[in-house]
Design a protein around this ligand. Structure first.
Ligand code: BG6
Length: 515
């Protein structure tokens, strides 16, 4: 839920969740160390976790509880946004347990069940279990099946302490695999127990998008085909694939970023106002927006999709190698590290308005932005004279970094001559609210403990997004390397991506200097 006032757990601090046991599958993974453990400890520091909270790390390596505690401590030292004081560490440290087991071995899960029951006996009350699946996607299915088979999925079902499961991305690799995952989930869990994560939804600025749209009366009347000429969404990164080549090469930009993060930003930008702030109303509207997206044109002279992979170049002044030279990338790789798409929604509000979206690695800078470009005013008073250049108004919503919102307007430059120049009305989160906002994972873990699915992906949302993009993946698969463009590291991507906008009077805005 987008919390309004007294229901906000961040304000109440009443620790209303029952005693909790968080089990992380993939406990020795990178995400656990970088994001999950710091999030859990920061929640504890803010007194937002139940007083009796246990963390069980589940992994294949046979390490002791003591070694696990050491790993957690060093993860916190390296990655927590705030220093963890001894008092917070001491209160949770004694509740850290490691459970060594395989993911496809039912016996390991029944042993986990025994450990959980033992904790409940010790604290003499029922605890809710939160199972966090943070493993490589290949073992999602066996984990879900074994949670069901061992009875862990059904613990205390129908009560406040019912088990919950968070599933990390990627949720499937195409429509068929997402449907298969959903089938297993539906067999083993109620949808209310399931939290498919997309960490972009936990970002402050993404949550704030709905507030900007629906708590201000000036935007909604112009948020449609009559006043908006295009919407652009850019999610760019300057980093390459780093040590994740093995995973990334099987994934690519479309699966890794577009299918989830970018499509979520699009759905939140395009959706109709929900009838209330409850999770299902919001998710219903997002699904409707995604369902309105027209199938993409893949071949021909003006395809709606462009893919490319990076070659060497200069990123922030330092030389960067090409994708094919990165660790773990096969010479014959056909994987795209950049994808750009032109989409249209076939609905009343957006008919004919292009949504240009793009995402890539090793681009000029890290930036996630939504740019709403408004129609030009009629060229009657100012526009008819080329000296009086009237720029279209832009609303730029910066998701990260330098989170904020900027509105570009035309203004007269001071002087005796009438000259126009775009100026900006800018709001920056940090200037207004200060820094140190909670990390996305803090919000998402807290919401899942409270059983609030608003900021998570519902099964049909994932399937709708895959339904649109799976034909693209199939088409690329058939094409092999044909049509896979190159771009130099440190640039804004392949020239071919400009073709998506050709003839429309639009150009990519993020990264262009307009100030
Ligand atoms: C992850 C992707 O989901 O998001 C990564 O798997 C990507 O490849 C990351 O780097 C980007 O997240 P953020 O929060 O840094 O924008």
């Amino acid at each position: 839920m987008i919390h309004t006032n007294s229901d906000n757990p961040n304000i109440n601090k009443d620790r209303k969740t029952p005693p909790t046991i968080i089990v992380i599958f993939g406990a020795s993974g990178d995400l656990t160390a970088r994001k999950l453990v710091p999030a859990i400890f920061n929640l504890s520091k803010d007194e937002l976790l139940p007083k009796r909270c246990f963390l069980i790390g589940y992994g294949r390596s046979k390490i002791s509880d003591e070694e696990f505690k050491d790993d957690i401590k060093s993860a916190l030292d390296s990655h927590s946004r705030r220093k963890i004081e001894d008092s917070t560490w001491n209160s949770l440290e004694k509740n850290l347990i490691f459970h060594a087991g395989a993911y496809d071995d039912l016996k390991s899960f029944t042993e986990l069940e025994k450990k959980i029951s033992k904790i409940e006996n010790k604290i003499d009350c029922k605890a809710q279990c939160l199972f966090y699946i943070s493993t490589p996607p290949g073992v999602f299915m066996p984990i879900l099946e074994n949670l069901g088979e061992s009875g862990l999925a059904r613990r205390h079902r129908g009560t406040k302490t019912a088990s919950k499961v968070i599933i990390e991305k990627p949720f499937g690799r195409d429509l068929a695999s997402a449907q298969q995952l959903n089938q297993v989930i539906n067999r083993r869990f109620d949808e209310s127990q399931v939290f498919r994560i997309d960490h972009y939804l936990g970002k402050e600025t993404v949550q704030s998008l709905l507030v900007q749209r629906f708590a201000n009366s000036i935007f909604e009347p112009v948020w449609n085909r009559n006043y908006v000429s295009s919407v652009q969404i850019t999610v760019s990164e300057d980093l390459g694939v780093g040590s994740r080549g093995g995973y990334y090469d099987k994934s690519g930009a479309l699966r890794d970023m577009i299918q989830n993060h970018v499509m979520q930003l699009l759905a939140l930008t395009a959706m109709e106002p929900p009838s209330s702030l409850d999770p299902e109303s919001i998710r219903d509207e997002k699904v409707k927006a995604l369902k309105a997206l027209k199938p993409l044109v893949l071949g021909g002279d003006s395809p709606d999709v462009i893919r490319a992979s990076y070659v060497e170049g200069l990123v922030n002044g330092s030389p960067a190698k090409s994708y094919l030279e990165e660790k773990g990338i096969p010479d014959e790789s056909e994987t795209e590290t950049y994808a750009a798409l032109r989409l249209y929604l076939d609905n009343w509000r957006w008919k004919g308005v292009p949504f240009y979206i793009r995402s890539g690695k090793r681009l000029a800078m890290k930036a996630s932005e939504i740019v709403v470009q408004f129609t030009r005013p009629p060229a009657i008073l100012f526009g008819q004279d080329s000296r009086l250049k009237v720029s279209p108004n832009l609303l730029v919503i910066r998701i990260q970094p330098n989170e904020g919102v900027t509105l570009y307007l035309n203004s007269k430059t001071p002087g005796l001559e009438t000259k126009l120049q775009p100026i900006k009305l800018a709001f920056g989160y940090e200037t207004t609210f200060g820094s140190n906002t909670p990390e996305a994972y803090e919000r998402l873990i807290l919401d899942s403990l409270n059983g609030d699915g608003t900021l998570f992906i519902r099964g049909d949302e994932a399937e709708t997004s895959w339904g649109l993009l799976t034909p693209v993946l199939d088409y690329w698969n058939n094409q092999g390397r044909e049509g896979l463009e190159n771009y130099a590291s440190g640039t804004w991507g392949p020239l071919a991506a400009d073709k998506l906008l050709l003839g429309s009077g639009h150009e990519w805005i993020t990264g262009r200097k307009y100030e």
